[in-house]
Design a protein around this ligand. Sequence first.
Ligand code: ASP
Length: 423
Amino acid sequence: MLEKKKRETTPLYLQILLGMIAGIAIGIIALHFTKGVQFTQHWIYPWGKIFIRLLQLIAIPLVFISLVKGVLGLKDIGKFSRIGGRTIVIYICTTVIAVLLGVSMGLLIKPGKLVDKTQIIHIQEDYQSIASEKKLEAEQAHNQGPLAFLDDIVPNNFFKAASDNSKMLQIIFFAVFFGIAALTILPVKVKPVLDLFDGLNDIILRMVDYIIRFAPVGVAALMAGLLTDFKGDLSIFSALGVYFLTVIAALFILILFFYPLLIRCFTSMNVKKFMKAMYPVQLFAFTTSSSAATLPVTMEAVEKDLEVSQETAGFVLPVGVTINMDGTSCYQAIAVLFIAQVLGIDLSLMQILIIIGMTVLSSIGTPGIPGGSYVILTMVLTSVGIPAEGLALILGIDRPLDMLRTSVNVTGDAVVATIIDKK
Ligand code: ASP
């Protein structure tokens, strides 16, 4: 591990940014040669597609294993029902509000609409035809009655659900069901399963780590491919700039307005005291981009500075790292809308509702590690028929956003711990 750290000279996020710049350069150069575009599409773009496929490959095991592990972590069902129910309801409410904020900002500002339509009409047509199939499916389901959505949640065959990346809700359903059932079995019997899932979780996270290490190459290849697709149209970059600012604005609204409001309304704590205690935690989250790595720092601040009882903090915060990611879900909503807008995919109301539901639930399966949302984003995109390759557009500039959303994620966990403790 130490040896690996020594060898690593350029941080990964810089490598990804360099990958993006290299990809743009390759794309621009390719457009100037007669066979350049064909060469890029045949020899370079496929590496990007492999990167996306690897992210998609790991998505189902990651969601399944991390969720089962999360539910098993609730240990005894008694504890789960005492403060667990309340914690989970508040977590879900804050996540829904964060997603609604993201969707509203994405729809209001429409950063993806800034691309020059005349230049990219051909690729928009390609992507629209892929998306219209899903749009039709969503509308058909809607016409089948108000409870038709349950068909999408309750699978009739685990393996069928696990073999289709757009069936994430069904996997979530099975994982939670499995985990809750396991909680009711004698601990000695479940212990080997717990150990197994612990081990599997570590292996999957290591695989995610390897895949993310491949990101600089993947992003370079995808960017080169997309640029030739976009015929070198650079209006995409002004769109990207506005997307970047939209995400930052939304995250700041959560940190500066939404959380202080919750503290003021639902606790007797002074908002200033809360913010002061959170500052070092947010800074740690910002620098590490990992809410899981920040957990010990969050615990200490919440217990010592906010005087939340050890019992509450010890339960609410670790659960929060797994299931509560307000910053991530708000960002995911804006990212999905942005990619759809750039690719010219007009989303129906039904698809937007699916995006809201999926982002709320998918933030539960997102691991609290740098870039943890990439894997999950591929699934959300696939579920509404948006090509996962669109992810290439946003990965190059993602690190600062990851840092900021991680700070929001840990603040959200601390807010809920404070609310639960004060009730
Ligand atoms: N880095 C985030 C976290 O650890 C997850 C993500 O949004 O990628 O909370």
